[in-house]
Design a protein around this ligand. Structure first.
Ligand code: PEP
Ligand code: MN
Length: 459
């Protein structure tokens, strides 16, 4: 792949040439102003020379699985940290993150009777949009934490300074994580004969963990039965699973630095992840982020809140998927449990009426963040599950398929969201709160949600 030539864009009605750097001429929301421009240029030069993290063919494979989601033949589970940390890269943590995603997928596959497309919010989820550029910490005004791709969380001005060398570090972080994800998912760990091993001890004790054990025993018997009947797994279907990565395409210096043109097709791919999404704060139609993603051929997601009108949503669909390719566009709905009933029906109806093929995915986390009386950012399991259930009902009523769920989830036994089958309450939030940014579900709460979602999809 090369990243030099221009390509004439067929994606826009204006027919303007698209390049991986054309976004620079547009307004950039959440812009990154490097304090040292020469140092930033050096980091970008380095990024442009580094090998791709993913290949175009893999992005196309994901797109075709997402095409199955658009026609109701698959469900997508996208989950991982709100913000990954450079300081938390360990084999155990990566393995445990995979374990919970595999457990939840098994529950969903079994419950909904459909294949589950597995996507990790990992190996690149390193930058955060912020509502304010600075924050007051212990009486001192500091630049906000913008994710380890840009700065660090320590409470001193030097740590908060934007450092372009972090772009290259972010690439290496992602390569390390992705390498192990690939090894685990193709090397036997995801084998259906290993389902019991995915149940971590702190999850196994919970009601959903015990329910999972029963399901795992059922799968064991089914596999044994197939073997006894002489069914052979010549293609190793039971031992491997396709696993993809995704993150928010927020820092366009990083994303465009890893964008390559595929020699065989002449098409551009952002090789930092399989799927990239645009956040709620950067989806302006004339903005830099939308311009960047319209030209890459990876499958694309867009976060949609109740601020989006049906007209705007149709413009987003037309701009990002003018050829109406199934699997190209995923709409990630994040409205809040109390808002979704009012805001979502008209949006789904507009897209259905216009005939745009989209994958409908619920992000029931980002519209449900609140701050407790003692100042802790949290989300309740009840709000998260209620938004998801409303999503399923509303999308189904419009004749479309509620095709997926997007979660902030950690394998660690954290106390960041309240509720779930272990009834974590507000007083317990301080016990183990480690998120760099938003509150995440712990593994028990993730599994609770998978059972609840599986039931809702079956109904
Ligand atoms: C996120 O997914 O972490 C995020 C910031 O989401 P949104 O753009 O929906 O606020
Ligand atoms: Mn978040």
């Amino acid at each position: 792949m090369t990243n030099t030539a221009e390509v004439t864009d067929t994606n826009t009605d204006a027919g303007a040439p698209w390049t991986s750097d054309a976004w620079r001429t547009r307004p950039v929301a959440q812009a990154v102003d490097w304090p040292d421009e020469a140092q930033a240029q050096r980091a970008l030069e380095q990024l442009r020379k580094l090998p791709p993290l993913i290949f175009a063919g893999e992005a196309r494979a994901l797109q075709s699985q997402l095409a199955d989601v658009t026609r109701g033949a698959a469900f997508v589970l996208l989950a991982g940290d709100c913000a990954e940390s450079f300081d938390e890269v360990s084999a155990d943590r990566i393995r445990d993150q995979l374990k919970i995603i595999l457990q939840m997928s098994l529950v969903l596959t079994h419950g909904a009777g459909l294949p589950v497309v597995k996507i990790g919010r990992m190996a690149g989820q390193l930058a955060k949009p912020r509502s304010a550029p600075t924050e007051i910490v212990n009486g001192v005004e500091l630049q906000s934490l913008r994710g380890h791709l840009l700065n660090a969380e320590n409470e001193d001005p030097d740590s908060r300074r934007l450092d372009p060398r972090r772009l290259v570090q972010g690439y290496h972080h992602s390569a390390i994580v992705l390498n192990l994800v690939r090894a685990f998912t193709s090397g036997g760990f995801a084998d259906l004969r290993e389902v019991h091993r995915w149940n971590q001890s702190f999850i196994a004790e919970s009601p959903s963990g015990q329910r999972y054990e029963m399901l795992a025993a059922e799968i064991d018997r089914a596999v044994e039965f197939l073997h006894a009947c002489g069914v052979r797994d010549d293609n190793d279907e039971l031992s491997r699973t396709a696993f993809y990565t995704a993150h928010e395409a927020l820092v366009l210096d990083y994303e465009s630095g890893l964008t390559r043109r595929e020699a065989a097709t002449g098409e551009w791919y952002d090789c930092s992840a399989h799927l990239l999404w645009i956040g709620e704060r950067t989806r302006a139609l004339d903005g830099a982020h939308m311009d960047f993603v319209r030209g890459i051929r990876n499958p694309i997601g867009v976060k949609i809140s109740d601020d989006c009108s049906p007209e705007e949503l149709l413009q987003i669909c037309t701009m990002l998927n003018p050829e109406r390719i199934p699997g190209r566009l995923t709409l990630m709905i994040r409205m809040g449990a109390r808002v979704i009933d009012r805001a979502l029906p008209a949006l789904v109806q507009a897209v259905v009426d216009a005939g745009h093929p989209v994958a409908w995915v619920s992000d029931p986390m980002h519209g449900n963040t609140r701050t407790t009386a003692s100042g802790v950012k949290t989300r309740s399991f009840e709000d998260v599950s209620s938004e998801f259930l409303s999503f399923v009902r509303i999308v189904s009523e419009a004749g479309a398929w509620p095709g997926g769920i997007h979660l902030e989830l950690t394998p660690d036994d954290v106390t960041e969201c309240t509720g779930g089958s272990w009834l974590l309450d507000e007083d317990e939030l301080g016990r183990n709160y480690t998120s760099l940014c938003d509150p995440r579900l712990n593994g028990r709460q993730g599994l609770d949600l998978a059972f609840l979602a599986a039931e809702a999809l079956r109904d």
